[in-house]
Design a protein around this ligand. Structure first.
Ligand code: SME
Length: 156
C-alpha cells in the first residue's frame, strides 16, 4: 500500500469512527487512539489545546507527557507561533525541543484551526530518526482536517 493510500484509508476510518459524534473531546480522544493503533513506529500521538498563550495537554496515547507548553516553545509551540506544520527529522537538532519521552527521535506537529483562530496542535512522535516524510505530513494534515470537519470546535 502506498503512503497516500494508507492515509486515505486512515481518514476513511476516522470519518466512520466520528460519524455519530461531534464532541471535540470525545473525537480527539478517539483520533489519538486510532493514530496510535494504526501508525507504525510511533511512541506518542495526541493533542495539546491552546488556552491564551499556552498549550495544555489534551487526549493522547503514549507515555505521560508535559502538561503545559508556552507558545513559541518546543516543536508544538513553534507550530502555533509560526502557524506552520513542523516536520522534524531529528528532534535533537531542533533548538528548544521539549523531551517528554526520551526515546522520541523525530516528530510531526500540525496546528489546528477554527476559522483563523488556532485551537491547538496534533503532535506525533517516533523513536526513529526521519520517520515522517512530506507524504506523511500531507496525510496527517488530511487526518487533522477530517477531525476538524467532523467536530464542534472550541472558540479558541
Ligand atoms: N516534543 C514536544 C513536546 C510534546 S511531547 O513530544 C508529547 C515539543 O517539543 O513541543
Amino acid at each position: 500500500m502506498t503512503v497516500t493510500a494508507f492515509y486515505q484509508s486512515l481518514c476513511e476510518q476516522l470519518s466512520g469512527l466520528l460519524s455519530d459524534e461531534r464532541d471535540w473531546l470525545a473525537n480527539t480522544a478517539n483520533a489519538s487512539a486510532l493514530l496510535f493503533l494504526e501508525l507504525p513506529d510511533i511512541n506518542w500521538a495526541g493533542f495539546y489545546f491552546l488556552h491564551d498563550d499556552e498549550l495544555r495537554l489534551g487526549p493522547f496515547q503514549g507515555k505521560p507527557a508535559c502538561t503545559r507548553i508556552p507558545v513559541g516553545a518546543g516543536v508544538c509551540g513553534t507550530a502555533v507561533k509560526t502557524s506552520q506544520s513542523q516536520l522534524v527529522e531529528d528532534v535533537h537538532q531542533f533548538p528548544g525541543h521539549i523531551a517528554c519521552d526520551a526515546v522520541s527521535a523525530s516528530e510531526v506537529v500540525v496546528p489546528l484551526y477554527n476559522g483563523d483562530r488556532c485551537i491547538g496542535v496534533l503532535d506525533i512522535d517516533s523513536p526513529q530518526v526521519a520517520r515522517f516524510t512530506e507524504q506523511d505530513l500531507a496525510g496527517i494534515e488530511a487526518f487533522a482536517q477530517t477531525l476538524l470537519k467532523h467536530s464542534d470546535l472550541p472558540a479558541g
